[in-house]
Design a protein around this ligand. Structure first.
Ligand code: SF4
Length: 512
């Protein structure tokens, strides 16, 4: 397997020492930037580190900081080098500290990282997460930075030990990489061609998660609808959903992300006929202009996209559909943008991740000469978010008076301290902040409550039952698992500050 191993001289201000067995176990912190794939990779990184004897840095300075980076988000490199710069003086005074950089930006920039930040000890890529503990050891032993990037995957990362962020819900990768070539995206270059995991391995992992208390599972892939093409079964994703429906105790199945070009009706049928697949779909639009979609090298057109939504809604009434949209792709005219607004108005998304296009070096779109001026992009972005917010708020208001079945989350909303509301996700993945009426039992994260929706805004629903009669609590195995995990971690405070969450040093993800 081609491999790039480029040891770089490390210039620590003090010599390294091997860990002394009499010292406390080394403490780690993982800082995650980017998408759910990265967050799931961070669970593997923490699992690996704990298997290697590290412990979470709770209430003490870390001996190891791992950055799991993203190359897709704007200014990702500036953010990384900014954070690395802040660690340089810490490293000068603490010779135990090691710093590792992994993820997409590491895969892309490789040895440049140790050239720019020579106090970094290890750079590892997206295909060799499993090598991290050995690379750390080698960096300490050789007193030299270790840069190791593999060009393709050797072991499917799900085979690695994983420490789940939450006991009651988990992500399961079904594939990694992507065979598409969207012109704005760096993922295929960094994560490689799509590699599909065998269905038996996926289902075994789902079953193991459920056995350990999870009640919700999200199947993850860059393009879940092309799952199975590698092993010659185009219907494999729908079959996988149906097989998840057979797993006792699995209450909620979600998946992300499908691709409109590859989305087929057998998936809709499987969603309808599998009761634990949730009535929710994330369907990335990117642009409503057919001309721009062509330039993005996205092979569907707006008519096909709207047709998918129509069929999903006809089969799954009340399905919440979310999306991703890029504003200001090179060459986008006012008419192209108007086409996007028209498709957004017709689509009635429950919410949207909206992005302002910015150049990603290494992508074909970065070479396009007709970049849209930033001020124009900003103005269009504001018009788009205003339209989407109006739609989201209207759709949410239509739910006032209905009941929401909420899987209680360990994370609370920003205002939780003053409102005393807890938070969670409805079956359709909407964010619900709810209050527990006086005299009613408190739910644990992982339990399910049924509450009346009493008001709504663009990004959330509020549910304030008037009294106990309007509130139902169902204690679940997920809540039991959360409680057991808390007892094990001695209720260590989380990085997010949320009461009772298990801290992995990971930022929580912004979800639609
Ligand atoms: S489908 Fe397109 S946007 Fe998504 S990961 Fe593949 S290349 Fe990137």
């Amino acid at each position: 397997m081609p491999r790039s191993v480029q040891p770089q001289p490390l210039q620590p201000s003090a010599p390294y020492k091997a860990f002394d067995a009499r010292q406390a176990a080394p403490a780690y912190e993982v800082r995650t930037l980017g998408c759910q794939m990265n967050a799931h990779d961070s669970e593997r990184i923490t699992g690996l580190l704990e298997t290697a004897g590290y412990v979470p840095a709770v209430g003490r300075e870390p001996d190891l900081v791992v950055f799991n980076t993203c190359a897709v988000r704007e200014n990702a490199d500036n953010k990384l080098y900014g954070q690395l710069g802040q660690l340089a003086p810490v490293k000068r005074r603490n010779d135990r500290l090691q710093i590792a950089v992994g993820g997409c930006l590491a895969q892309k920039d490789r040895a440049t990282i140790v050239e720019k930040a020579p106090w970094v000890d290890v750079v590892f890529g997206t295909h060799n997460i499993g090598s991290l503990p050995v690379l750390l050891q080698r960096a300490r032993h050789n007193e030299q930075a270790q840069v190791e990037i593999l060009e393709s995957l050797e072991t499917f990362p799900s085979a690695l030990p994983t420490k789940r962020e939450q006991a009651y819900a988990g992500w399961v990768s079904i594939s990694v990489g992507c065979n598409n070539t969207c012109t704005f995206c760096i993922v295929p270059q960094l994560r490689g061609k799509e590699k599909d995991r065998r269905p038996g391995d996926i289902l075994a992992e789902v079953q193991a998660l459920v056995d350990s208390g999870a009640v919700e599972v999200t199947l993850l892939g860059q393009n879940v609808n092309s799952y199975g093409v590698e092993f010659g079964d185009r219907g494999a994703f729908a079959k996988l959903l149906r097989a998840c429906g057979e797993i006792d105790g699995l209450e909620r199945v979600r998946f992300t992300s499908p691709h409109p070009a590859a989305f087929t009706d057998d998936v809709i049928d499987a969603m309808v006929e599998t009761p634990n697949v949730m009535p929710q779909l994330h369907m990335p639009l990117q642009s409503g202009s057919d001309r721009i979609l062509k330039n993005m090298r996205r092979s569907y057109r707006s008519k096909k996209f709207l047709g998918i939504l129509e069929r999903v809604r006809a089969s799954i009434p009340g399905a919440a559909i979310t999306t991703d949209i890029i504003v200001g792709f090179p060459g986008e005219t006012e008419q192209d943008f108007q086409d996007t607004l028209d498709v957004v108005a017709a689509s009635e998304f429950s919410s949207a991740f909206t992005f302002q296009y910015s150049v990603r070096p290494g992508t074909p779109a970065a070479e396009m000469t007709d970049q849209v001026p930033a001020a124009v992009v900003q103005e269009r972005f504001e018009r788009l978010t205003a339209l989407q917010d109006e739609i989201s708020a209207r759709l949410n208001r239509e739910l006032v008076g209905s009941r929401a079945e909420v899987l209680v989350s360990a994370q609370s909303g920003r205002k939780a301290q003053s409102t005393h509301r807890l938070s969670g996700r409805g079956r359709d993945q909407r964010l619900v902040h709810f209050s527990v009426p006086e005299g009613a039992p408190q739910p644990r994260p992982g339990d399910v409550v049924s509450v009346p929706v009493t008001s709504a805004a663009a990004y959330h629903l509020l549910a304030d039952p008037r009294d106990v009669s309007e509130y139902e609590l169902r204690r679940t195995r997920g809540g039991d698992a959360w409680e057991a995990a808390q007892a094990e971690s001695c209720a260590a405070p989380s990085s997010s500050g949320a009461p009772g969450t298990v801290g992995l040093g990971m930022p929580s993800l912004r979800r639609p």
